[in-house]
Design a protein around this ligand. Structure first.
Ligand code: PMP
Length: 413
């Protein structure tokens, strides 16, 4: 019988290779940590992301998976596409979610739009412009930059001047600069770019759902976001959309994009956007991540974008007032330029910002963060996004900060 056959063949194998039955060829033992259960502490994620994931989205992500090429999965991906079109306010056919975090969408946009040697203009007023400049440089673009220190923003006249000078094929601007807490004015930028035959790429990872952004009306050619901020899905998927102009440029290139995984020729087929009757395997998408993303887009659709924007503003204003009542200074002076989802506070004099953060984490289980990239040492950041964005959480954040300010005062001031 089968059992005997298996036993006999195992005996033959072990004598042939000099390994005795009952002994193992494994030399690395199972690690002790793997024999203990997974432990995840509870945290209030009030930093710039990820934010806490509501039970409804966690449950969607916990549903039994199906195959990434099953027709039902394609149906779910079609729903996601519609949800993104709503969230972005676009009717672009070339709308999909990347398998990966916000950086994946960032690289996808640059790799597919730009060919080596082409000129790119990047607005740097925090870390995200720095990242895009580096990504473009790595794939061989000629990178030009517009620069402001964190908290600064660019006038349309400054942008136009740089476009006229450098004649880029792509201009990058961050809508919600999460390292500085700035929401960048968008009106007119798209029109200026098109006047100079340049495509406009916008990062809305930190701002989508929290601050008004209208892809089609604002003439944005490529827009991307992340799943883990105001959308409240787990990290790991990143919505992105390309206008017809962007599609024309990326599907008429002379060279292939440097990345196979991020090649939009393949991704547009995977997402059923290329009009071909058959979808061909390219990579295995994050099925559970897509379930969760669909649920988060459904929640946004139920709430309504305008309600979501005004709700974020209302809670942010409550937080800003509370911070000022504590004697703190907000990093972005102009209220209209403050990002409602991520508030930046100038580090109060006489305090060690790392000690404040550690105290708040230890005693309140709350994550706030310091700056990022060029804003390190300049700011503390509090993010209240989507599910986390409510008065009770804002009050809890303020109470924790008040307590830390009492406990962590430094004599060295
Ligand atoms: N852009 C902005 C504005 C962000 O806030 C972030 C994440 N902090 C990213 C891009 C990068 O996203 P991810 O960490 O998901 O790759």
């Amino acid at each position: 019988n089968l059992k005997d056959m298996v036993r006999r063949s195992a005996a033959v194998r072990s004598t042939k290779h000099g390994v005795h039955r009952g002994m193992s060829s494994v030399t690395i033992p199972p690690p002790a940590c793997m024999l203990r259960p997974l432990e995840v502490p509870f945290r209030y994620l009030f930093g710039p992301g990820p934010s806490n994931v509501p039970p409804r989205i966690l449950a969607a992500g916990g549903r039994p998976i199906i195959g990434h090429m099953h027709s039902e999965m394609f149906g779910i991906m079609n729903d996601i596409k519609k949800g993104i079109q709503y969230a972005f306010q676009t009717s672009n056919n070339m709308t999909l979610a990347m398998s990966g975090s916000g950086h994946t969408a960032m690289e996808c946009a640059v790799f597919n739009i730009v060919e080596p040697g082409e000129s790119v203009l990047v607005a740097i007023n925090g870390i995200w412009g720095e990242r895009v400049a580096e990504i473009a440089e790595r794939m061989g673009a000629k990178v030009h930059t517009l620069f402001k220190t964190p908290g600064g923003h660019f006038t349309n006249a400054e942008i136009e001047q740089a476009l006229a000078k450098h004649k880029p094929v792509l201009f990058f601007l961050t809508h919600g600069e999460s390292s500085a807490g700035l929401v960048h004015p968008m009106d007119g930028v798209g029109d200026i770019c098109h006047k100079y035959n340049c495509l406009l790429l916008v990062d809305s990872v930190a701002s989508l759902g929290a601050a008004p952004l209208l892809m089609d009306q604002q003439n944005i050619d490529i827009l991307y976001t992340g799943s883990q901020k105001a959308l409240n899905a787990p990290p790991g998927t990143a919505p992105v959309s390309f206008s017809e102009r962007a599609c024309h440029k990326m599907f008429n290139r002379k060279t292939k994009p440097v990345s196979y995984l991020l090649d939009m020729t393949h991704l547009s087929n995977y997402w059923g956007n290329d009009g071909k009757p058959e979808r061909i395997y390219h990579h295995t998408g994050p099925v559970s991540g897509f379930f969760a993303l669909r649920e988060s887009l459904a929640i946004l659709a139920e709430m309504g974008l305008e309600n979501s924007w005004s709700h974020h503003t209302e809670i942010a204003e409550y937080l800003w007032k509370g911070l000022e009542d504590l004697g703190l200074k907000l990093f972005i002076k102009d209220k209209d330029l403050r990002l409602p989802s991520v508030t930046t506070i100038a580090i109060p004099e006489g305090y060690d910002w790392k000690e404040l953060l550690a105290y708040i984490m230890k005693h309140h289980r709350i994550e706030f963060t310091g700056g990022l990239g060029p804003s390190v040492g300049m700011v503390l950041r509090i993010g209240l996004m989507g599910y986390n964005c409510n008065k009770a959480n804002a009050a809890m954040a303020l109470a924790a900060l008040e307590d830390a300010l009492k406990q962590c005062r430094k004599s060295k001031a």
